[in-house]
Design a protein around this ligand. Structure first.
Ligand SMILES: N[C@@H](CCC(=O)N[C@@H](CS)C(=O)NCC(=O)O)C(=O)O
Length: 214
């Protein structure tokens, strides 16, 4: 399979973590430079009309997009170690944490949204950063309360093995730090992040470890 990646993409970071947890190495990898706008190049749009990273091209040339769909695909094709619990309510909890990040936080702070704020709406850099921080804090405050409260929270977001929820949490925290957000109030989130980053699968997926890192 070929992974379309970008070191700073937190959605691609999720897929890199999942691949590492599964012990799967893509046979090929392409780097789509988001700051240079290569996600909007015709050849990439032909592959993924959404113009978003990541994407995976399978050996039979079918293309998978959307990081959570890709991670669930990997989980189904390579079931061990599982990234979703077996119990339906537990699966729903893990998916809800993952979606709380992937649907409620990440899209509001994506590059194209920030570019629209500046380029089209003409907001200042300070206002853009305020927008970023506001939506991170709204999302993280809710997640912190939930994880702190729930008995199902363990070493990781759900129990004592990493799941889809952790795969989403770690990149979002890394992204927040890159934008200089103070994440110290989120003691449960950062405790789980430390546990994750102690695992090679997470550490090796970090942006700074990627061949296209700048
Ligand atoms: N929901 C998508 C989000 C993908 C996404 O937004 N990727 C970002 C990088 S993290 C991107 O390609 N942004 C390009 C842009 O904003 O122009 C997923 O989970 O794959």
């Amino acid at each position: 399979m070929k992974l379309y990646d970008y070191f700073r993409s937190s959605a691609a970071y999720r897929v890199r973590i999942a691949l590492n947890l599964k012990g799967v190495t893509p046979s090929d990898r392409a780097f789509v430079h988001l700051r240079m706008g290569n996600q909007r190049a015709q050849d990439y749009l032909a592959l993924n009309p959404q113009g978003l990273v990541p994407a995976i091209e399978l050996d039979d040339h079918r293309v998978l997009t959307q990081s959570l769909a890709i991670v669930e695909y990997l989980d189904e094709v390579h079931p061990s170690p599982p990234l979703l619990p077996r119990d339906p309510a537990a699966r729903a909890r893990v998916r809800a944490i993952a979606l709380g990040i992937a649907c409620e936080i990440h899209p509001l702070n994506n590059l194209r949204v920030l570019n629209y704020l500046i380029g089209t709406l003409g907001v200042t850099d300070a206002q853009k950063n305020g927008w970023y921080k506001y939506w991170i804090d709204v999302g993280f405050e809710a997640l912190e309360r939930q994880l702190d409260r729930d008995d199902d929270t363990g070493v990781f977001c759900h129990g004592d093995t990493p799941t889809l929820a952790d795969v989403c949490l770690v990149p979002q925290l890394a992204n927040a730090r890159r934008f200089k957000i103070d994440v110290t109030p989120y003691t449960t989130l950062t405790r789980i992040e430390s546990a994750c980053n102690a695992l090679p699968a997470f550490a090796q997926a970090a942006p700074a470890q990627q061949p296209d890192a700048e």
